[in-house]
Design a protein around this ligand. Structure first.
Ligand code: NAD
Length: 343
C-alpha cells in the first residue's frame, strides 16, 4: 500500500482556484500520493474571517510541513501586510528557488536553463518602513530599513551552493550592489566569497556581478549564466526578468524552502484581469507541483509530469492564450491528463 504524504492545499485568490484544479487533475492522473488538507488564505479569507492568513491554515502547514499554494492578493500601498511574506517569516522559508527553463523552443530566447536563488527573509523586503512629517505634510519623507545578517546570508548561500553541487551546475554568480550599498549587500557578497573559498572551491566556478549590469547581461546574453544567487529585492526583480526569458510568468514555478516547511507556488500573482474567465495558463503551478514531487523524492513522477507538459505544449500544440494558443484552462488540462494517462 502506498504511504500518503500529508500536504496543505491553498487555492488562493483570482485565478488561484482555476490553476489549482488543473494541477490537482494532473497530480491525480499521476497517482501522486498526497493527502491534501485544504485551507484558505488571501483576500476571500479577509472577507470571511477578517484575516488573510487564519490560524487553521498556519496550523495545517505546521503539521504537514509541505504546501501547494495558489497566488494570494496583496493590496498595494495601504491595507494588510503580504500573506506571502508572513508565510515566509512564520516558517523561516529563507530560500526561494526559481528555475527558468525553455519549454517551448524557438522563442526570442531559446535553450534557457537558469536558476535564481533568492534570499527570502531579509534585505529591503522586511517592511521596516515609515513616513516622517515635515511641517504640515505627514508623508514628507519616506524611509525604509534593510537588514542583512551574516548568518542569514550564509544560510542562503550554503543552500544555493549545495543545490548547485547536487544539480550539477557549472557556474554560480553572486548578484549584488556592494559598490553603492556597501554594508547591506557587501555582507552578502563577502560571505559568499568566503564560503566558496572555504568549502566549495573547485566544485563549480564562482562569479560576481553588480545587479544593474546583470539585468543588461541577462537580456543580451542569458546563456552566460547558470545559477544566480542574490538578496531579497534583487532576487524578486531578477526572477521575473528570467521568467520573461522563458515565455512569461505563466511558465515560471517557485519553491520557498526553509527550516520548518516547504511551500510550492507559481511565480505569478492572482491575475485579477483574467480571473474567473477560465483562460489562465496553469503551467507555472504544474511546474511547481513537479518541484514538490522532486522535494518529496518522487522524482519519477516529477519527470513524468514535465514530459507530459512538454508533449502537450510542443507535440499536441495545445496552448493557452498567453502563449498564443486557443485552449482554455479546461481544454489544456484535459490534453495534459490524456498525455499523462497514455504515458
Ligand atoms: P500577476 O502576475 O497577477 O499578473 C501580471 C500579468 O500576467 C496579468 O496581465 C495577468 O493576466 C498575467 N498572468 C499572470 N499569471 C498568468 C497565468 N497563469 N496565465 C495567463 N496570464 C497570466 O501580477 P499583478 O497583477 O501585479 O498582481 C496581482 C496580485 O497578485 C497582487 O495583489 C499581487 O500582490 C499578487 N501577487 C501574489 C503573488 C503570490 O502569491 N506569490 C505573486 C505576485 C503577485
Amino acid at each position: 500500500m502506498t504511504t500518503l504524504i500529508p500536504a496543505t492545499l491553498i487555492p488562493g485568490d483570482g485565478i488561484g482556484p482555476e490553476i489549482i484544479d488543473a494541477t490537482l487533475a494532473a497530480l491525480d492522473a499521476l497517482k501522486a500520493p498526497f493527502a491534501w488538507d485544504r485551507q484558505i488564505a488571501g483576500l476571500e479569507c479577509v472577507k470571511q474571517a477578517g484575516d488573510p492568513l487564519p490560524q487553521a491554515t498556519l496550523d495545517s502547514i505546521r503539521r504537514t510541513r509541505l504546501a501547494l499554494k495558489g497566488p494570494l492578493e496583496t493590496p498595494s500601498g495601504g491595507g494588510y501586510r503580504s500573506s506571502n511574506v508572513r508565510l515566509r517569516e512564520e516558517f523561516k522559508l529563507y530560500a526561494n528557488l526559481r528555475p527558468a527553463q525553455t519549454i517551448i523552443p524557438g522563442g526570442r530566447f531559446d535553450k534557457i536553463d537558469l536558476v535564481v536563488v533568492r534570499e527570502n527573509l531579509e534585505g529591503l523586503y522586511i517592511g521596516h518602513e515609515h513616513f516622517v512629517q515635515i511641517d504640515d505634510d505627514p508623508h514628507a519623507v519616506a524611509m525604509a530599513t534593510g537588514i542583512n545578517t551574516r548568518a542569514g546570508s550564509r544560510r542562503l548561500l550554503e543552500f544555493a551552493f549545495e543545490h548547485a553541487v547536487a544539480t550539477g551546475r557549472k557556474k554560480v554568480t553572486i548578484v549584488h550592489k556592494a559598490n553603492i550599498m556597501k554594508a547591506l549587500t557587501g555582507i552578502f557578497l563577502e560571505t559568499g566569497l568566503e564560503l566558496y573559498e572555504r568549502k566549495y572551491k573547485g566544485q563549480f566556478e564562482l562569479d560576481t556581478v553588480i545587479i544593474d549590469a546583470c539585468a543588461m547581461k541577462l537580456v543580451l546574453n542569458p546563456w552566460q549564466f547558470d545559477m544566480l544567487v542574490t538578496t531579497n529585492l534583487f532576487g524578486d526583480i531578477l526572477s521575473d526578468l528570467v521568467a520573461g526569458l522563458v515565455g512569461g510568468l505563466g511558465m515560471a514555478p517557485g519553491a520557498n524552502i526553509g527550516a520548518d516547511a516547504a511551500i510550492f507556488e507559481a511565480v505569478h500573482g492572482s491575475a485579477p484581469d483574467i480571473a474567473g474567465k477560465g483562460i489562465a495558463n496553469p503551467t507555472a503551478l504544474l511546474l511547481a507541483a513537479a518541484m514538490m514531487l522532486d522535494h518529496v523524492q518522487l522524482t519519477e513522477k516529477a519527470t513524468q509530469l514535465r514530459q507530459a507538459l512538454d508533449a502537450t505544449l510542443n507535440i499536441d500544440k495545445v496552448r493557452t492564450g498567453d502563449l498564443g494558443g486557443k485552449a482554455n484552462t479546461a481544454e489544456f488540462t484535459q490534453a495534459l491528463v490524456s498525455r499523462i494517462a497514455n504515458g
